[in-house]
Design a binder for this molecule. Sequence first.
Ligand SMILES: Cc1cc2nc3c(=O)[nH]c(=O)nc-3n(C[C@H](O)[C@H](O)[C@H](O)COP(=O)(O)OP(=O)(O)OC[C@H]3O[C@@H](n4cnc5c(N)ncnc54)[C@H](O)[C@@H]3O)c2cc1C
Length: 466
Amino acid sequence: MVDKSAIAAFRETFTGSVYLSGDAGYENSRNVWNADINRYPAVVASCGSTDEVAAAIAFGRRQGLEISVRGGGHNFAGLAVAEGGLMIHLEKINSVRVDPASKRAWIGGGAALGDLDAACSEHGLAVTAGIVTHTGVGGLTLGGGVGFLLRRFGLACDNLLEAEVVLADGSVVRANRENHADLFWALRGGGGNFGIVTEFVFQLHEIGDTANVGMFFFPPERGVEAMQLFRELRDRLPDDMAIIAFGMRAPDAPFVPDEFRHTHGYFIQLATVGPAAELAAAAAIVREASPAFELVTPMRYVELQSMNDAFNPWGVHGYEKAVYLPAISDDAIDVMQKYLTGTRGAFSYFGAMTLGGQYARVADEDAAWAGPRDAGYHFIMTGTCETAEELVHDRQWVKEFWSDMQPHGMGSGSYINNMNEYDENRVRAAYGAEKYERLSRIKAVYDPENVFHHNQNIKPAATAPA
Ligand SMILES: Cc1cc2nc3c(=O)[nH]c(=O)nc-3n(C[C@H](O)[C@H](O)[C@H](O)COP(=O)(O)OP(=O)(O)OC[C@H]3O[C@@H](n4cnc5c(N)ncnc54)[C@H](O)[C@@H]3O)c2cc1C
């Protein structure tokens, strides 16, 4: 229970908004993307500035409230909402500013990817971002950030130049390669452990306005052939082209013939912001395998970035797990075939994202990012269901699929933004012992009391007694 008079006093001085149960703003704050999360924070502090974030942290600490931080509200495990705690909601810290001359963007800690992409795209610029527009820049970047441009420009966090961070003691620092370099290293993959980022500064890249995209569908009985072709593409196509395979139901979309709508199968997706001829040459290779149907088209980059919104609507029930694969072996394809048609959820899927390119050229020690830079593929299994009942089934599907993929993967560690359970062993496994220990020492400097623990938590290293 929170002291009512303390809340009243906070309300009087706090320049942001305070939402309690029953207030307008409370339900929208506590409801995150994943409808399976149903928690009730005691207080929501909706912030619009760095000072308000600092004031909210101080209030939470004085009251002994568990603090959670909400950016885009997309974390599958609902890390943004702590039962009975204080939610620091960054909804109004969502400004986006782009300087085309220096090719830099200043992005508020609570902005969504759609805002980032739209602002950059006006100038023919972009940075790697995720593939659903309503995902938060905050959680995505702090965890790493994979997307269509990963092979061309690396992870979102690889393109971070600087961050403004409100620390647990309320002080504000700007971290970059020169100042607070240890914190800057930790922010690039270490999650929300070290403070609340109120501004991200990104290096942007010229991409023009157009992306060339190909989607090719293969029905289940041609799955082995489709995935063997998919793995060959890694060596045959330019190393900055996005090459992704999805095992999913074909959508109700104009390019899908009636007989295939809602049926399971494999999509091979190719996307590039390079010349149209590159995509045309790649499409010709895939066409040799006679896909059941295809969509090959230029589109605006922002259209590519919003293409997956329809399959990831707010308020679905979600559960996911991931594994890194060194390669796609025939045995791994057999596992995919076994699980392909086993989902109930309309939007449940698995996906293999080809790594390499610029992602692999960044040195492992450059950032806290937990994934192996020499991995071949990021493989994700996701239950995305319209009802909780369907998710009971598809959660089990994800768990069994993940177990069966383990012999083909690179250990039990996986991308921290594609996990649902964050117990210490799993977080340690995600980072590996060396990176976890380094993060833990940095945590001890910037958040020794582990104020920010409702996240992919790194425990602060024990400090030597003075
Ligand atoms: C539909 C969907 C699509 C996705 N697509 C992709 C994708 O293409 N690529 C990809 O890499 N990931 C993707 N993800 C995973 C996504 O990166 C994570 O869910 C991430 O946590 C989302 O960030 P958020 O700000 O929306 O989340 P929230 O749930 O709001 O935040 C999660 C946690 O991040 C931390 N956090 C967020 N903002 C800040 C901040 N400003 N300062 C400090 N800490 C902060 C906090 O610890 C918070 O609890 C997707 C997720 C979903 C649900």
